[in-house]
Design a protein around this ligand. Structure first.
Ligand code: ZN
Ligand code: ZN
Length: 184
């Protein structure tokens, strides 16, 4: 299906009533500091602004519904839960959403993914991108699969260097027993 850029899209807000029969598409680069500022509470690990995100997609009419298909590529700066090092996470995600302006019986079905826009036919592509970026981030911030974390005793980043505690096998659960003097 042929898509075209809609001149009525301003600030990435789309009035679905204005979507032409042929649908429309967008292809843009969005700065990520905005996303960071609007991050939902309780989500940790975003450390600083990152590179702009590539955000492209299309909205097509499908009967009474509107089908949004999009693709995002974004980098977010994160801090490893284990070793506290900063690293960059690449997010690559295919997005699919469905919107409806009128309530339909099947929308009550469990698992329906159609979002009913009751009060306004306008959606924000920027807000959609922000939500999808947060959803795409891995819940655990880990700089690498093999991250060795920090020494619980001296705080040394064990990815960078060994600490002297390690030679005593201090991460063994019973290692502390070695320190006890049973003769006293
Ligand atoms: Zn790490
Ligand atoms: Zn140590």
């Amino acid at each position: 299906m042929k898509t075209e850029h809609n001149p009525k899209i301003h600030m990435m807000h789309v009035d679905l009533n204005e979507v032409p029969r042929s649908g429309f598409s967008w292809d843009t680069v969005v700065s990520l500091p905005d996303i960071q500022a609007d991050g939902p509470d309780g989500v940790k690990g975003i450390d600083s602004a990152s590179r702009p995100a590539h955000w492209q997609g299309s909205i097509e009419r499908c009967g009474e519904c509107f089908l949004l298909k999009a693709h995002l590529e974004a980098y977010v700066h994160r801090r490893c839960d284990r070793c506290m090092s900063a690293y960059e996470e690449l997010l690559v995600e295919d997005v699919e959403r469905q919107y409806s302006l009128i309530e339909r019986p099947e929308m009550d079905d469990e698992g329906s993914s159609i979002e009913l826009l009751a009060s306004s036919a306008t959606i924000s592509l920027l807000d959609t991108l922000k939500e999808e970026v947060w959803l795409a981030m891995s819940p655990v911030a880990r700089c690498s699969e093999t991250c060795r974390g920090m020494c619980a005793d001296c705080g040394e980043n064990l990815n960078v260097s060994e600490c002297s505690c390690q030679k005593d096998d201090m991460d063994h659960p019973f290692a502390a027993l070695k320190k006890l003097n049973f003769d006293s």
